[in-house]
Design a protein around this ligand. Structure first.
Ligand code: UDP
Length: 444
């Protein structure tokens, strides 16, 4: 008999490849099985990753993946060691239609959370019953057994129902239940209520149909940086939990006006900061990594006035190592799910600054359900957040000057412990992965 073998297919773009690689790592290290990663690329090697993601998004990743179905079928057929199980991601659900390649089970990996999964599988129902645009709804939409989704929590793909991206999302919601089950990057103790609704709520389970396996948090682990990194050297000199880390993901950029206000706010807060700054969207010219260009987008004299107190970097920062550093007291984040998990697993409280994708949902969940974050009064994607507000949010999290700040810090520490427990031997996510592997006959 062939050795158990899992095939993980990643849609184009780093944002899809990284979760696929992390899942592959986890499967091979925990279950001791062979894993193959099949990475679909968009074929334009001259583009940057961000450009590639946006280009793929513009063409419609799901449409593109659908067109790739015959090629993926051929690739699987030509594999010497046939995979037993195929795992696709959220954009690869069209590949679930592949048959005759010897795969005995097909799963979907959702590198996001259970509330997002619930919304996606319920979207075809909402699509039928909700009239007009979701942005115009007065009452939050009910997702059976889950927190309702209001205009502040919509996915960016739900903002325009005539858009191709939206249709793709609905299609994905229809296709996910055609798999044999879903792996989701969360854990029982973090989202027990939503996971229970997916399994047990009659109205939600009617659309979910297949088993859900929470196997998170799956995050990148610390890599040993051989050359002492100047960012980490700078952090070494800072006090315990005194620094706010500011980073808006791999592609999050702000307007020039917002970049200025954020800078003034950080200065006003008086707190130490480490800021991974990308070139503002409205600021043309130069490359996003051009230091002179970037500093020209900051208030005059900002870098001189904050020297010693703050560090602004324009290169790719070692985020996991930064969040693991004892000097980090808070994280001003765009709330991409990987960033969120990296923060939760290190017990770092968050200032939620959601910008796109499902980040508005994430911000609501972190503030209202989990209690590890505070957020801006308005959506930063809609309105410029002023310097006073920035300063007050940062101080609340880092200095914990009031009851709310202290509560958030305590909760963050609690969630860190629960994230570690989920992955100990016999912990909820470890058990869930083993149960899944047994069901797929990957282990006996
Ligand atoms: N990241 C990093 N350094 C940076 C910016 C981002 O290491 O300077 C990593 C971060 O640790 C995370 C990923 O890039 O693993 C971003 O994923 P996330 O889901 O948070 O946001 P996205 O970039 O997909 O919007």
């Amino acid at each position: 008999m062939d050795q158990p073998h899992a095939l993980v297919v990643a849609s184009p773009g780093l944002g899809h490849l990284i979760p696929a690689l992390e899942l592959g790592n986890r499967l091979s290290s925990v279950l001791n099985i062979n894993v193959t990663i099949l990475a679909i690329t968009s074929g334009s090697s001259s583009l940057t990753e961000t450009e590639m993601i946006h280009a793929a998004a513009a063409r419609g990743t799901l449409t593109m993946m659908r067109a790739m179905t015959p090629a993926v079928r051929d690739a699987v057929k030509s594999m010497k060691q046939k995979p037993t199980v195929m795992i696709v991601d959220f954009f690869g659900t069209a590949l679930l239609s592949i048959t005759d390649v010897g795969v005995t089970a097909k799963y979907v990996n959702i590198p996001s959370h259970a509330w997002f999964l619930a919304l996606i599988v319920y979207l075809p129902v909402l699509d039928k019953v909700v009239e007009g645009e979701y942005v115009d709804i007065k009452e939050p939409m009910k997702i059976p057994g889950c927190k309702p989704v209001g205009p502040k929590e919509l996915l960016d793909t739900m903002l325009d129902r005539s858009d191709q991206q939206y249709r793709e999302c609905v299609q994905s919601g229809l296709e996910i239940p055609m798999s044999d089950g879903v792996l989701v990057n969360t854990w029982e103790e973090l989202q027990g209520k939503t996971l229970a609704a997916l399994r047990e709520d009659m109205d939600l389970n009617r659309v979910m149909k297949v088993p859900v396996y929470p196997i998170g948090p799956i995050v990148r682990s610390n890599v040993l940086i051989e050359k002492r990194n100047s960012i980490l050297e700078w952090l070494d000199k800072q006090g315990e939990r005194s620094v706010v880390y500011v980073c808006l993901g791999s592609g999050g950029t702000l307007s020039l006006e917002q970049t200025m206000e954020l800078a003034w706010g950080l200065e006003l807060s008086g707190q130490s900061f480490l800021w991974v700054l990308r070139r503002p969207v409205s600021y043309l010219g130069g490359s996003s990594k051009d230091d002179d260009q970037v500093s020209a987008c900051l208030p005059e004299g900002f870098l001189d006035r904050t020297r010693g107190v703050g560090l602004v970097v324009t290169e790719w920062a070692p985020q996991v190592e930064i969040l693991s550093h004892r000097s980090i007291g808070g994280f001003l984040s765009h709330c991409g799910w990987s960033s969120v998990l990296e923060s939760l697993t290190k017990g770092v409280p968050i200032v939620a600054w959601p910008l796109y994708a499902e980040q508005w949902m994430n911000a609501t969940m972190l503030t209202e359900e989990i209690g590890v974050a505070i957020r801006t009064s308005e959506l930063p994607s809609k309105k410029v957040i002023g310097r006073e507000e920035v300063a007050s949010l940062v101080k609340k999290i880092v200095v914990e000057e009031d009851k709310e700040g202290r509560k958030i810090k305590a909760k963050s520490a609690e969630v860190r412990v629960s994230s570690e427990r989920a992955w100990t031997h016999g912990g909820s996510s470890h058990s869930s992965l083993v149960e899944w592997a047994k069901r797929c006959r990957l282990v006996s």
